[in-house]
Ligand binder design. Structure first.
Ligand SMILES: [Zn+2]
Length: 248
């Protein structure tokens, strides 16, 4: 089983295909990917698009319920309303995760409202997935700072440090509640991460859907070509993701 833990219902896809994931899923089929954690895109860009885009992600995921695992966002800047959106995502929209992009959304991980969201996610057993690897708000060190405060919440570095910060991501993953999603580091970095991080807390992802390009082909090939022991590679692509996202 291959699970892509980092995909989006991107704005370019929504503009072209509305809420029909058929063509989007064709790319997964072509690459042999069985399931995907599906995040929004418009909801990360504007606070006033958040709720409508969360609903859109829910409807798109419902078109392929055995394959698409919906992941929603909320905005700490919205205060009590933001926390209410987190609760709605968990209680009404079957959230398999929450996704935050502090850089794009423009909030600090030390924001008091954001802390309440992290606590709520931990209580519900829902992982919190981050864009990471870019300043000024999305460095692995900053996300680790939040993770340290909420040991009962799973924090996923959605890019494992991206191209430049994978060493910091490795350091952050020393915390037992921090997971790494291999989506961005180069091949040698992935090899080192797989050798040195906890093998139980590594998953793989592609960022497919943010634009129209097939990033699955590139990122899956890079991971498969990397010198990673076969059983560990299988676990990263399948079993670890199954545990993280609560796939039955
Ligand atoms: Zn992404």
């Amino acid at each position: 089983m291959i699970v892509d833990c980092h995909t989006h219902w991107g704005m370019a896809w929504a503009a072209r295909d509305g809420e029909n994931p058929a063509r989007w899923l064709e790319t997964l089929d072509r690459r042999g990917v069985d399931k995907a954690a599906l995040m929004g895109h418009a909801n990360l860009v504007r606070v006033d698009w958040c709720q409508a885009d969360n609903d859109r992600v829910a409807r798109v995921a419902e078109r392929a319920p055995d394959r698409l695992l919906p992941v929603y966002t909320a905005w700490p800047q919205a205060g009590a309303q933001g926390l209410a959106e987190v609760r709605r995502a968990i209680e009404k929209l079957d959230a398999r995760g929450l996704k935050f992009h502090p850089w794009l959304q423009g909030f600090s991980t030390a924001d008091p409202s954001f802390r309440e969201m992290c606590a709520a996610a931990g209580e519900a057993g829902v992982p919190v997935i981050f864009h990471d690897g870019t300043p000024c708000y999305s460095l692995p060190e900053q996300i680790a700072g939040a993770a340290r405060r909420f040991p009962a919440t799973k924090f996923v570095l959605g890019h494992a440090g991206l191209l430049w910060s994978w060493r910091s991501a490795l350091e952050a993953a020393r915390l037992p509640n921090v997971w790494l999603c291999l989506c961005g580091p180069h091949m040698r970095a992935m090899e080192i991460l797989c050798r040195q991080a906890d093998p139980e807390r590594i998953v793989w992802g592609s960022d497919f859907g943010f634009g129209l390009a097939d990033t699955i082909g590139y990122r899956l090939s890079a991971f498969k070509e990397a010198n990673v022991e076969g059983a560990l590679r299988e676990r990263i692509l399948g079993e670890n993701a199954r545990r993280l996202l609560g796939i039955r």
